[in-house]
Design a protein around this ligand. Structure first.
Ligand code: SF4
Length: 336
């Protein structure tokens, strides 16, 4: 059975209270056992970085995003669709370690209809297919049973001729998605890490076997599915990933549909991420030696340490061979 995320405290801002959905969402949290508080959270100043981080992950804030930004979201989609920001998971390598600041509360935007309407306007202005990533600044699935935000986006994009939704998660509480009229316009992907790195660096997420079982359930419900293998660590070769691809194959004994996708993102870190991660977890064994990496400017104007180009190219070739051998027919969307 899927494990259910129940935040300790749910804060609701005055703006969020103006939206009709808010009382339904608050009722759902209340029934699950969360304490509801009006206003915004404020954690004690004297908490250590680790304690602040852990405490923030138990707090949800209901707010409003009046001006959704729809930033570009390459390579996974055309635009970000930010209905939720944050995640109760505590993966050491997570990009949210830095992007959400010292107190990464899980933020839920209650004005889902307004945000979707704006996404629809973008689709109407474009002639070709337009894809939106529902997980670019979050893992929205743990709070879905309360918000129904992604479910509404699934129903919304089913009706928009050129609009497509993509969701990626490490969580298995997916009952809200089953039986929806998705018309195969939403691609559900599971984020997977090689077993040994999963055990070492992922905290507060679901076991790989359970994620694969949930992926199978979603495929049986007719969703196009995919797997995001990230981050790919190259320090121990590709053996761990060969085992992971085999695990995917074995989880689908009758085979994967031909439109199943794979995405690969190699490990990278910024200076800020490194200091933030080490402040929260001084004994972290994440590979973050600058000398082993290449410094590269990213799309949002800050530099990051990536694997050197030659090492990356070799790894890409070897990974493609593994995919062709273990999961033939599955489409690799990108390896970055
Ligand atoms: S589950 Fe995903 S979003 Fe959540 S902490 Fe882990 S990597 Fe980050």
């Amino acid at each position: 059975m899927a494990s259910v995320f129940v935040p300790k405290t749910v804060f609701v801002t005055p703006k969020a209270l103006e939206y009709p959905d808010t009382s339904r969402i608050l009722d759902a949290f209340r029934r699950a056992g969360s304490v509801i508080v009006r206003g915004s959270p404020r954690l004690p100043r004297n908490l250590t970085a680790a304690a602040r981080y852990a405490r923030a992950k138990t707090i949800v804030v209901l707010g409003v995003d009046k001006k959704p930004s729809f930033l570009t979201c390459r390579p996974s989609a055309d635009y970000q669709l930010n209905l939720v920001k944050g995640c109760p998971g505590m993966c050491e390598y997570c990009y949210l370690q830095t992007t959400m600041g010292p107190s990464p509360y899980i933020r839920i935007n209650v004005n889902v209809e307004e945000i979707l309407e704006k996404a629809g306007e973008i689709c109407r202005r474009k002639s070709g297919a337009v894809t939106f990533e529902g997980s670019s600044v979050s893992d929205p699935v743990p709070v879905e049973r309360y918000t129904k935000a992604i479910s509404r986006a699934i129903a919304f994009f089913a009706e928009v001729p050129n609009g497509y939704l993509r969701v990626v998660t490490k969580f298995t509480d997916i009952s809200s998605f089953l039986g929806l009229d998705h018309r195969r316009k939403t691609r559900m992907r599971y984020s997977l890490e090689a077993e040994e790195f999963h055990r070492e660096f992922e905290r507060g997420t679901q076991p790989l076997e359970e994620r694969l079982e949930a992926a199978r359930t979603l495929a049986e419900d007719g969703y196009p599915i995919g797997f995001l293998i990230a981050p790919v660590f190259l320090e121990r070769g590709l053996g761990p990933y060969e085992r992971l691809l085999t695990m995917i194959k074995e989880a689908f004994p009758s085979g994967l549909r031909e439109d199943t996708t794979l995405e690969f993102v190699t490990h990278r870190f910024t200076e800020r991420a490194k200091s933030q991660i080490l402040a929260r977890r001084p004994d972290s064994r994440l590979p973050m030696k600058e000398n082993d990496r290449l410094f590269k400017m990213g799309q949002f104007g800050y530099g990051k340490y990536v694997y050197p180009a030659e090492k990356l190219a070799q790894a890409k070739d070897s990974m493609m061979e593994l995919v062709n051998r273990i999961l033939p027919g599955v489409r690799v969307e990108y390896f970055v």
